[in-house]
Ligand binder design. Sequence first.
Ligand code: DAS
Length: 355
Amino acid sequence: MQATSRLRAFAATAALLAASAIAHAQALPNVVILATGGTIAGAGASAINSATYAAAKVGVDKLIAGLPELAKVANVRGEQVFQVASESLTDDNLLTLAKRVSALAKQSDIDGIVITHGTDTLEETAFFLTLTVHTAKPIVVVGSMRPGTALSADGALNLYNAVNVAASKDAMGKGVLVTMNDEIQSGRDVSKSINIKTEAFKSQWGPLGMIVEGKNYWFRAPVKRHTMQSEFDIDTITALPPVEIAMGYEGVLSTAIDALGKSGIKALVHGGTGNGSVANRIVPNLQKVRADGVVVIRSSRVPDGFVLRNAEQPDDKYDWVVAHDLRPQKARILAMVAMTKTSDTKELQRIFWEY
Ligand code: DAS
């Protein structure tokens, strides 16, 4: 008799525990982590190797298993989309990733999406997603400057923060976000500005906020068009037009500009000196590129500030576009997206003002 009642009591307790676990899980948001590689998935030979290591070694399930604290934040599952260092990602990879993000965002049982990514081109992916994925749900791109095997590795906390933000209702409608070094950055504004410190990601317009111990502290919101307000939709984009970059510097020759201009590209971003200045000896070469039907976009190699139209060069006269505050690599992303719809330079300039 006693054994039966003990068994019944055990079964009742087990059922209660199971019910509360299910209730707890149902109460938590559902977050998907799309892994692409990078240092956050990197591994070094020893704990002192904070800069010498192999990127893209650790799988997404191992990243999640290494962070049990996530279970208190959200129901998390992972997908390994790629396993590469981000400098090696291609435009096709970008399309594949963005289409996967868009498909998941449409699922009613998904509340937020995190993308783990190498830091080298993280800013380009984050900008591309904010331009093309139509969702108000939080999408957070995250990386790390040190591999998980290193002393004071930053990846675990960056990832914990990313999942927290992706699980937060107050992160909705703010465009694609980046969580690095306790800050919540706008995917449009942020760039990797220091190549060997954990405080690597900066925006000249400042972060949108901070995340400390799992709580978001917001201080501003984006004003440029993004996600739901974007006229570009990844679900209608099948290919990206080729756009390349030529840098300006003392002693520059027209070799790169001439070669790129004849390579079949649709636009050439010029990363000029100062306020997007162009050496006088290569102005005719850029004019020829334009005359051959390639859009010319003046950006600057100077990280901060923005290029003024008709200041350093008569853009109206040359029919050139200015990249506003976008660095060359981001100007290229916007040019590719914009030219899926138009090659009209007046329309392109509007787009560079608005996004
Ligand atoms: N090679 C770098 C990358 O994958 C490593 C990193 O910093 O994430 O972007």
